[in-house]
Design a protein around this ligand. Structure first.
Ligand code: G1P
Length: 292
């Protein structure tokens, strides 16, 4: 029987240099998409998929993320006394259960593989989900991680969400080759981190959602630095793929890289336009601007 996926890791230690000066004092994960921080959207996706424990790999100047996922006693009290019960209920609904969050620090920015390895003791000996908070997966259907957990329950092993990118962008991502390019779930035959232009095995990029077996931690422990001089998760996944099955789960919704300015602005529009309370008015404002 496959073990249930109970825990998810969120690497949130990155400096956010692409977003300076906004990220000088505020972690990039706390920038808002409409009225929710980026990291909250990703935690929402994990909760909707049934995740019970949320593991944040943080760094210096990220303490506000811990506060965000804690109860704000004075705020709750003030909202209650002022009769702002809707806001109070919404905050309570977002609050993770007591003991359902863990925070550990990546002491130096040595790469994504190293950040994941920092969570090893908290994860222990069970398969886990990994969600890169920069990458928002927007869909009107089932969330990306929920789809992956369905695939995991059927096939076991390791799973990576993938989606097509234009050929001229493959060098910016991890790219996989698969047995059946059109299938929703397919066996991965090849993986490469940021392939040189013209050498990618396909146009399917790793979108930032993973289900991994805990055996990855032993490989990460001995991992040499790879592309960009960093300890790359993809290199350990390649090593693990020689021992265990890896499946690609195709995500059909929209993906926004909120670590880039265009991705961040577009995500705000897309999430705003899809909101019942804001969508129609925002649409009218955008149309007005476009007519100028
Ligand atoms: C990381 C992964 C890469 C993946 C990407 C998705 O790269 O190493 O495989 O495609 O996230 O955003 P990074 O963006 O940290 O360079």
């Amino acid at each position: 029987m496959t073990k249930r996926i109970r825990k998810a890791v969120f690497p949130v230690a990155g400096l956010g240099t692409r977003f300076l000066p906004a990220t000088k004092a505020i972690p990039k994960e706390m920038l808002t998409i409409v009225d929710r921080p980026v990291v909250q959207h990703v935690v929402d996706e994990a909760r909707a998929a049934g995740i019970e424990h949320f593991v944040f790999v943080t760094g210096r100047n990220k303490a506000v993320i811990e506060d965000h996922f804690d109860m704000a006693y004075e705020l709750d009290d003030t909202l209650g006394r002022r009769g702002k019960l809707k806001e109070l209920e919404a905050l309570k609904a977002d609050l993770p259960a007591a003991g359902a969050t863990s925070f550990t620090r990546q002491q130096a920015p040595l790469g994504l593989g190293h950040a994941v390895w920092c969570a090893r003791d908290i994860i222990g000996d069970e398969p886990f989900a990994l969600l890169l908070p920069d990458m928002l997966h927007h869909t009107f259907g089932k969330g990306c991680l929920a789809e992956m957990i369905d695939a995991f329950e059927k096939h076991g092993g390791n799973h990576i969400a993938v989606a097509p990118v234009p050929e001229d962008q493959t060098h910016q991502y991890g790219i996989v080759g698969v047995e059946d390019v059109k299938a929703k779930v397919s066996r991965i035959t090849k993986m490469v981190e940021k392939p040189a232009r013209g050498t990618a095995p396909s146009n399917l990029h790793i979108t930032g959602r993973y289900i991994l077996q805990p055996t990855i931690f032993n490989l990460l422990a001995n991992q040499e630095t790879g592309a960009g001089g960093e300890i790359q998760l993809t290199d350990s996944m390649i090593a693990l793929s020689h021992q265990e099955r890896f499946h690609a789960v195709r995500f059909d919704g929209d993906i926004y890289d909120t670590g880039s300015k265009i991705g961040f602005l577009t995500a705000n529009l897309a999430y705003g336009l899809s909101r019942g309370d804001l969508g129609p008015q925002l649409r009218a404002e955008v149309e007005r601007l476009l007519e100028r």
